[in-house]
Design a protein around this ligand. Structure first.
Ligand code: ZN
Length: 512
């Protein structure tokens, strides 16, 4: 009798798992439907002339070291080059195109639309780059903009001059092909995204003074951000385009300790350095709690689940049962681990005065990227418990809370337009692309634009291959010619698609 009941229960249990995997998480058939581009078959080529422009842009050494410590001479040259190179847009279309200088080195292009009832949108990217690191590890000098015919090597290709260049070229093409748009839009090029926010704050301030810039009047803001991944999940062969709908917070804390001095010939242990080292070890070896299921990562997994193969599909469609195992699997790689929790990185340490005196003080700096379900206060408290030593005193150097999540899905016009434009651009020459909402792990300028719109998205239209994530802020940063071409077409079509006066919600999927 018991065994009979057991077998029936087990059978029902397996049925539920399979039902969820194959019925609840059935593939969305429409997702792979090609976009019937009725009004827009235009295509941009990444030709010789464009390559030379991109290379020139990459050759400016617009390095940001820290706040107020940037290569301002090069930033000025870079800004002047852009102004001059795209000057004909201002002269030719002076009736509706204007350029605003912002915060001395940043630029804001304003393209006024014919229909003032349509809410404007803002595209944002940045001109500054991080330092190059050890030059000997670079295959080609990082500011040569060397092209081998397939790849362009330079600091700033992926982050973020690729976006700057493709946005500006798309704008030029759009104006030359279509003239004045219906919808007003802006292109913001900031100069200090890597170290500060003066450029983005300046743009936000300027726009907030316009009649439509207040109270979230922008349709959407699109900033640099999450990217397209290939072969990112086992058994999934479709590329995944991740639109960042939220962004992690950022907090830096300095921990320090002070003790009375002593002679190193009669040492007492532990010293200030020893105590601090112990705390650093605890901070590094104790993970912040997993927030799996409480942020956008759950939507990302749900969106790809229907396209996975058994048994991964079974597991991801039954997170209620396999959630803990999935957490463990995500923790295996730094990239996926960062999706589910606040990360901790000890980045600076100092201590001691001279070689024959016991150290009286020591300090270490820890940088956290805060998951959307955590907060600065919560992490500070977690650290206090982890260190568990009152002699070590924290000082919060910077704290930016994680962003709220922007709306996404079929019913959100601006999300849908970006999603469709991604498919329109990337479906042509590869496997159908899956577009999912996701979490941006780094911090972007979009933090400064929260008052303009609740629809803040972060996306860079480039495909990242296996080791490209290491090249970001690392050595041998590079971009393929094909990616540049796709970027050109993505921004061009994004501008075109946003000019439609009205799109019935139900037709969004096929009418672009
Ligand atoms: Zn960037």
């Amino acid at each position: 009798m018991f065994w009979k009941k057991f077998v029936i229960t087990l059978f029902i249990f397996i049925l539920i798992l399979l039902y969820r995997a194959y019925v609840v998480f059935a593939p969305d058939k429409t997702i792979f439907e090609p976009c019937s581009s009725t009004n827009d078959n235009h295509s941009l080529e990444f030709n010789e002339q464009r390559l030379r422009t991109f290379q020139t842009l990459l050759q400016f050494q617009t390095i940001s070291y820290e706040e107020n410590n940037q290569n301002f001479t090069e930033l000025k040259r870079c800004r002047n080059f852009i102004k001059q190179h795209y000057d004909d847009l201002i002269t030719k279309y002076s009736k509706f195109v204007q350029l605003h200088d912002i915060a001395e080195y940043s630029l804001l292009y304003e393209i006024r639309g014919k229909n003032s009832n349509l809410k404007p949108f803002l595209l944002s990217s940045h001109l500054d780059v991080v330092p190059t690191g050890n030059l000997s590890r670079w295959k080609y000098p990082p500011f040569d903009g060397h092209s081998d015919g397939q790849l362009i090597y330079a600091r700033g290709t992926l982050d973020d001059k690729g976006n700057v260049f493709t946005m500006m070229e798309a704008l030029k093409e759009y104006l030359n092909v279509h003239g004045q748009p219906s919808r007003t839009f802006y292109i913001g090029l900031t100069h200090d995204e890597e170290v500060a926010r003066a450029g983005a704050m300046g743009i936000a301030k300027y726009l907030s003074k316009q009649s439509f810039g207040r109270d979230g009047q922008f349709e959407f803001v699109l900033d640099e951000g999450t990217i397209i991944l290939e072969e990112a999940f086992p058994t999934l062969h479709n590329p995944i385009a991740i639109i960042g709908v939220a962004e992690k917070g950022y907090m830096t804390i300095e921990y320090s300790i002070s003790l009375p001095p002593g002679h190193s010939s009669m040492p007492t242990a532990p010293t200030a350095i020893g105590i601090l080292a112990h705390a650093v070890d605890k901070l590094e070896s104790t993970l912040q709690p997993s927030q799996f299921g409480r942020g956008p990562e759950i939507n990302l997994l749900h969106s790809i689940t229907p396209y996975l193969k058994f048994p991964l599909r079974l597991a991801l469609s039954n997170i209620w049962l396999f959630g803990y195992l999935i957490q463990l699997a995500l923790a295996q790689k730094p990239g996926t681990n960062a999706l589910q929790r606040t990360t901790s990185a000890v980045t600076l340490i100092s201590g001691g005065q001279t070689e024959n005196i016991l150290p009286t003080s020591a300090s270490a700096t820890i940088n956290h990227r805060i998951h959307t379900a955590d907060s600065c206060k919560k992490i500070l408290e977690n650290n206090r418990r982890i260190i568990n030593d009152d002699r070590i005193v924290p000082r919060v150097k910077t704290c930016t809370e994680p962003s709220p999540s922007s709306p996404y899905g079929k019913d959100v016009y601006s999300y849908r337009i970006i999603e469709q434009t991604i498919r329109q651009t990337f479906d042509k020459d590869r496997q159908p692309i899956i577009v999912v909402p996701g979490l941006m792990l780094g911090a972007t300028d979009s933090r400064s634009y929260t008052k303009l719109s609740k629809n803040l998205y972060r996306f860079s239209p480039f495909i990242y291959h296996h080791d490209d994530l290491d090249r970001l802020h690392g050595d041998n940063e590079r971009m393929t010619h094909r990616d540049v071409q796709r970027g050109l077409n993505f921004y061009f079509h994004l501008i075109v698609n946003n000019q439609l006066d009205h799109i019935p919600e139900s037709k969004l999927n096929t009418e672009l």
